[in-house]
Design a protein around this ligand. Sequence first.
Ligand code: FAD
Length: 517
Amino acid sequence: LHSILHKANSGCSNNSSSSSLVPFPPHEILSSLQTLPLDGYFSLSNNEDAAKDFGNIHHFPPLAVLHPKTVSDISRTIKHVFEMGFASELKVAARGHGHSLQGQAQANGGLVINMESLQGPEMKVHVGEFPYVDVSGGELWINILHQTLKHGLAPKSWTDYLHLTVGGTLSNAGISGQAFKHGPQINNIFQLEVITGKGEVVTCSGNRNADLFHGVLGGLGQFGIITRARISLETAPKMVKWIRVLYSEFSIFTRDQEHLISLKNTFDYIEGFVIINKTGILNNWRSSFDPKSPLQASQFNSDGRTFYCLEMAKYFNPDEAELMNQNIDHLLSKLSYIQPTLFRSEVSYVEFLDRVHVSEKKLRAKGLWEVPHPWLNLLIPRSEIHDFAEEVFGKILKDTSNGPILIYPVNQTRWNSKTSLVTPEEDVFYLVAFLSSAVPNSTGANSLEQIEAQNKRIIEFYTSAQLKVKQYLPHYSTQEEWEAHFGSQWEAFVERKKAYDPLALLAPGHRIFQKAV
Ligand code: FAD
């Protein structure tokens, strides 16, 4: 290392400031990295996967991929890169399951760390008053579900899709239909083990190295790499009653959603979605849901209109079915949905939580999974959701959508405000997710360019209307946009970067910090 440093700096003037240092040629960085005594290994070729993600829009080839076996493989590597100082141009991206949308887990000409190869100690479930599980940062949530269920336990808060890693979702938030009650996944973590941008291994929690703990949660990978997480658990149910109803009036739909999330005794999962100009929706549902009034449902014509679907789920065990049904009937009796559109289904807890994987298999079989996904996820204050809906669902997306559009409110009061996640400043706000797939049809519609233009129109609308919308899974190109995104939290974010990753080595794919801070 010293000889490389010496070589890189020879020929420079006596001025030892960072700007005068010469970047290392890639082959020298690589040979220097390969001198490290590791349990895992670097791969220098066939790294195409690390230059891809679910978004399928950005493809940045790395210089090398580290397949770590141990935590010290990662800390040694980062420490080595850190000690090369400002002279090194090498950036480091942790890659979980690569389900980012805009290259966030990629490192152009840099080093990608394949977190799924990290073999921590076995997942360990602790029972007791506050049960938890200790897992590796590269663990998939679906595996955590199966493991914890062996003890009759499970995490409280989920994402809609479970084939994502712990480090990947905790770097964002992890929001799904349980978040109104339990907060996002980042609010259900007791402790983390993190490797900072200096290569230090730090254990942190709400009362130990708390600044790093809160910084890393929702911190977009900027302050450290999560190698272990201690996740809070609850008693798992066996079964789930899963219900869908339709509304044609947006205001009644949101009133009912907000009513349900305000109750103490309510559903365990509450989401919703927008249906624009779809033919035979209720017929499609029949393959997995039973209509309460089959005859009326069969006569219901949804064609060509915009509907709002409220989706709810109640967890139960078979011996509690009767009480659960009474509870649900009571909750439903207070709602104002279109009566013939009440559809119900009963599935196992695992089937319910892993539901998107079923769609994944179907889409994969049709070659429709690995297509570009120009997704746009927004957090919108309750006071502005009607203005937003009027313009976006009423005008911009009046005739068609390119994939599911999720919309549901959450209670910010149950969320921890100390994490790095940025949200609107109202007690209730909505997650609105445009989950588009760019699959051009025969007329050329639905192309990536067309959907990106549509997303731009949505962003331009809420920006010019000065709505206080925040992006979730944010993606920006300029520092000004990032500053505006973080708003009053920007300074604290920069201070944390200085403290934990001063050379800005980590998570370059977000393009927040291009240079050392
Ligand atoms: P990657 O894409 O590999 O990484 C994401 C970011 O995290 C990168 O910046 C990366 O550098 C960083 N990172 C990865 N591992 C670590 C680590 N161990 N330590 C520190 N940083 C790390 N999100 C929701 O909130 N709710 C949903 O319901 C939801 N549903 C989804 C459904 C699908 C089909 C898909 C594709 C995504 C969905 N997401 C959802 C978004 C998802 O949570 C994020 O894209 C998440 O980052 C993906 O996890 P990953 O393991 O693939 O992460």
